[in-house]
Design a protein. Structure first.
Length: 588
């Protein structure tokens, strides 16, 4: 297949071009060849993927191979009628729009209304922006405005629709951005804009109608620039886009906004309901974390420094492009519904139970619902007692639970015990929620940064004899020199809080250190886990080192150690990285 494509390209482009450029060119000279007066024609036949609607909530992948654009339109990708400087060229772009999975009646009616409106009054207006400045006006070079009209494709059932749009350019240089203005009455999801073989704009964003936001949307080509290297034609647009994303800390946010501005947590309480409902503000100059998205709601009546709460019918503000997609939202809602129903019958049973029949746990609930032979009934009154709501609920529990079972995680769908394997533990550490916590081990044994007068010796309890048999014949120093040892260290983060955590009922935790060895196949293998507690005496540290199992007892101790590592991992993710959000947001 590749040979046929190359052969076809040689016939159209000429062998001299193929010697200089590949089929997927990225050099600036080749891009300029297309956007100047050259007549290079690149016959690409991309493979398109679309998601059909064969099953509700399920995505079926189907492949549709299209003929080259030139064969479909009988026109080249770029046309140039003359070789002289300044001749106008026709540039063809493929604009991919993704339709909503479940369109509301109101949106459908608005789309049909747009279809009957004059094409001159409705459409999506696109305009190319060059990376170069016009030497006369010192403004970025612009193409003509191209109008995308999809009124004729309303009955199309595909999830993704690709439209062909033409631009006229002359001495344009390389496109660096494109502006989009939505003159329809509803938002739409713009997936990508592609000049085949030239420039790709990965948009993946909702474009609001002009009546909601009068400013044109700006999308940049998939080429990254440092601030000092940003082309002159894009600098002003880049500043406008950053101002649009960052916000200015004022105004009320609406669901269509895409502003990433942040505020303190001053809405945790509800002082208007009473003093006992007031809560302190989290965040601020002294302790800048955690932060939440700026919403701009009015203050409460009793405290002007506190923001009023969200109403139950008002969704919490999230930038429009961060809102869960329709498939994710549907899966989330289905899981939430399953969770509610799975707990409804135990709740109802507990509610109607007598004082002597209090349900204390799920094991008691399970026993209540097991099939048991009915005792002999002596009278009609006893028979009616057996038909109580509690007994009826017990009988229907099993079929209901079967309906509302959750889907098993993919990691254990094939092999239930796969999560117990060491290689899977290492894989999840890298592919999990905190991969950036893993660091290359530079000093052995690892050293703590906590105060030794309070938390005991700073040196780790992991010694060479603990790990030497798991280094594939290397010494510890050799493994360090060859960058084979890595560490996942939660020791210093947890140790100051462990006494308070372990004082809670049914809560036991350790501060963990985990050493990994980089295997010859490029995976991380856990070779030692250190569990630590705050010492009652600084001279007597409470530390235990676990290593991969050699018998049944050490096997379960090793699994228990890995469980504590996962517990630390989840806690740091939720309480530090997720809740406190200790990140600088410049959006550049």
């Amino acid at each position: 297949m590749a040979a046929e494509v190359v052969a076809g390209g040689a016939k159209i482009m000429g062998s001299s071009v193929l010697k200089l450029h590949s089929l997927n060119p990225s050099s600036k000279s080749f891009l300029q060849c297309h956007f100047r007066n050259q007549r290079c024609k690149l016959p690409l036949s991309p493979i398109w993927f679309s998601f059909g609607k064969k099953g509700r909530g399920m995505m079926h992948l189907r492949k549709r191979v299209r003929a080259p654009v030139m064969a479909l339109t009988q026109e080249p990708l770029i046309e140039g009628g003359a070789e002289e400087q300044g001749a106008a060229l026709k540039v063809v772009a493929l604009v991919t729009v993704r339709k909503k999975y479940m369109e509301r009646m109101k949106e459908t009616m608005l789309h049909w209304l747009d279809a009957f409106t004059s094409p001159t009054k409705r459409g999506v207006v696109l305009q190319l922006v060059s990376t170069q400045l016009d030497p006369k006006t010192l403004e970025p070079k612009l193409s003509n405005e191209a109008v995308l009209d999809w009124s004729k494709t309303l009955e199309t059932t595909a999830d993704r629709i690709t439209y062909r749009v033409e631009f006229m350019v002359a001495n344009f240089g390389v496109p660096g951005a494109i502006t989009v203005n939505n003159e329809y009455q509803e938002e739409f999801f713009l997936e990508s804009i592609t000049f085949e073989g030239l420039v790709h704009f990965a948009c993946n964003s909702w474009v609001q109608p002009e009546k909601v936001n009068t400013k044109k949307r700006i999308f940049f080509a998939n080429k990254a620039y440092l601030p000092c290297q940003t082309p002159a034609g894009l600098k002003e647009l880049r500043e406008k886009e950053l101002m649009e994303l960052r916000g200015d800390g004022t105004g009320l946010r609406i669901p269509s906004d895409r502003i990433y501005d942040y505020d303190t947590y001053n809405d945790l309480g509800d002082s208007d309901k009473g003093v006992e409902y007031a809560r302190p503000t989290l965040g601020g100059r002294q302790n800048p974390h955690p932060r939440r998205c700026w919403t701009g709601r009015p203050p409460t009546k009793n405290d002007v420094e506190a923001e009023s709460r969200e109403h139950a019918v008002t969704p919490i503000y999230v930038p429009r492009d961060e809102v869960l997609g329709e498939f994710k939202q549907e899966a989330f809602d289905a899981g939430k519904l399953k969770g509610v129903f799975r707990n409804m019958i135990p709740f109802l049973t507990a509610t109607i139970s007598t004082k002597d029949d209090v349900i204390k746990g799920y094991s008691v609930i399970n026993n209540l619902y097991k099939d048991r032979p009915l005792p002999k009934i002596k009278s009609q009154d006893e028979f009616l007692k057996k038909l109580s709501l509690q007994n009826i609920l017990g009988k229907i529990r099993e079929p209901i639970e079967e309906i509302f079972k959750f889907e098993p995680p993919k990691v254990i769908s094939g092999y239930t015990l796969s999560s117990l394997r060491d290689d899977e533990f290492g894989r999840q550490a890298v592919a999990g929620i905190n991969p950036l916590i893993i660091q290359r081990l530079e000093v052995f044994p690892p050293i703590s940064k906590l105060d030794p007068s309070i938390y005991g010796p700073q040196e780790s309890a992991i010694k060479e004899e603990h790990i030497i048999h798991h280094l594939d014949g290397m010494s510890v120093q050799q493994a360090l020199n060859e960058n084979k040892l890595f560490i996942l260290d939660y020791h210093d983060i947890y140790l100051p809080f462990l006494n308070r955590i372990n004082a809670l009922d049914d809560r036991k935790a350790y501060g963990t250190r985990t050493l990994f060895f980089l295997t010859t196949v490029g995976t991380l293998k856990p070779i030692a886990i250190e569990l630590s507690l705050p010492p009652a005496d600084p001279n007597c540290p409470l530390k235990q080192v676990l290593t991969p199992s050699v018998d049944a007892t050490t096997s379960w101790l090793w699994q228990l150690g890995k469980s504590h590592v996962c517990s630390n991992d989840a806690g740091v993710h939720q309480l530090v990285h997720h809740c406190f959000n200790p990140f600088r947001r410049v959006l550049s």
